[in-house]
Structures are given as C-alpha cells and as structure tokens.
Design a protein around this ligand. Structure first.
Ligand SMILES: [Zn+2]
Length: 167
C-alpha cells in the first residue's frame, strides 16, 4: 500500500463533477486500500477520490462508531434526506486547519455499489449521515465551505490563507 497525495483547496479537480464510476477489480481494490491508508494517516473519517486527484465517483468512509464497518462506495447517491437540519462542526482533509458548522439533514438514505459492484442501501444517521453527505458533495465539486454563509466562508478563507502562508 502507499500513501496518496491529498489535493488542497485551489486544485481544479476538487471543483469538477466526477463522472466516471470505477470498475470493481484488483486495480480498484489497490486504490481503495491506498485511500484508506491515506485517510487514516491524515486522521480523517472520509475521503473522496477527487481529493486524491481522481475525478471518479468513489468514496471511503470510516466513522469509527459501533456497528459501522469501514466502507468503500462506488457511485453513491443520496436517495432521501430525513429528519431535521442539524448544525455540526466539519473539517476537510483538502482544507487543513479550518472547520465550520455546517447545516445538513440529520439522516439520509444512500444508494451505492460496494467495492465488489453489488448494490447497497445505507440508512445513516448521526456522524455517518454527515460524513456521507460531505463526501458525496466532493463528487459534485462541492466543499463544506460552500454550505456556509458568505460571511463565515470569507472569514475561514482568510484564516486558511494565513495558515497556508505560515507553512
Ligand atoms: Zn472533505
């Protein structure tokens, strides 16, 4: 396995709508293993393929909660949003050092293919629902910053640029 380079805010691939759905097989298995390793190394709970420079509809998620095994999903789509809007703090491996409170539905149903290409339906709430929505957003070129008010977004962008300069 090997660590992959995580693309940061400003990279075009983070703003593209991914259209390709990966094909199950040994190549995908290797990619998924590398994505998990990269995510764990960066102490994240989710990673989408565009974040490692691949414009493909693929995400890996491990919220490390009881009852939720790590999962790799191909072509995930939110089939249904459920529950109330909830605010919760989110960060992103592609925008390190900043976080913001994002409003999202508290639960959702996600349809996808598993790593072997079999259809799966996931009824998620709590952290898993949030993480899935955040990662699926990445496949459409959407970042959590886009879901904040313009004032909050600009504040965080300023902070991010300052942090980036100090590095
Ligand atoms: Zn992210």
């Amino acid at each position: 396995m090997s660590l992959l380079k995580i693309e940061l805010l400003g990279a075009d691939v983070l703003r593209q709508k991914a259209v390709d759905v990966p094909t199950p097989g040994p190549e995908l298995d290797r990619l998924v293993a590398d994505m998990f390793e990269t995510m764990y190394e960066a102490r994240g709970i989710g990673l989408a393929a565009p974040q490692i420079g691949l414009s493909q509809r693929l995400i890996v998620v491990d919220v490390k909660e009881d009852g939720h095994a790590p999962m790799a999903l191909l072509n995930p789509v939110v089939a249904e949003f459920r529950g109330r809007q909830e605010k919760y703090e989110e960060g992103c491996l592609s925008i390190p050092g900043i976080s913001g409170h994002v409003d999202r539905p508290e639960a959702c149903v996600v349809d996808a293919l598993d790593q072997q290409g079999n259809p799966v339906r996931i009824e998620a709430d709590g952290m898993l629902a949030r993480c899935l929505q955040h990662e699926i957003d990445h496949l459409d070129g959407i970042l959590f910053l886009d879901r904040l008010s313009p004032i909050k977004r600009n504040m965080l962008l300023k902070k991010y640029r300052k942090l980036a300069k100090e590095d």
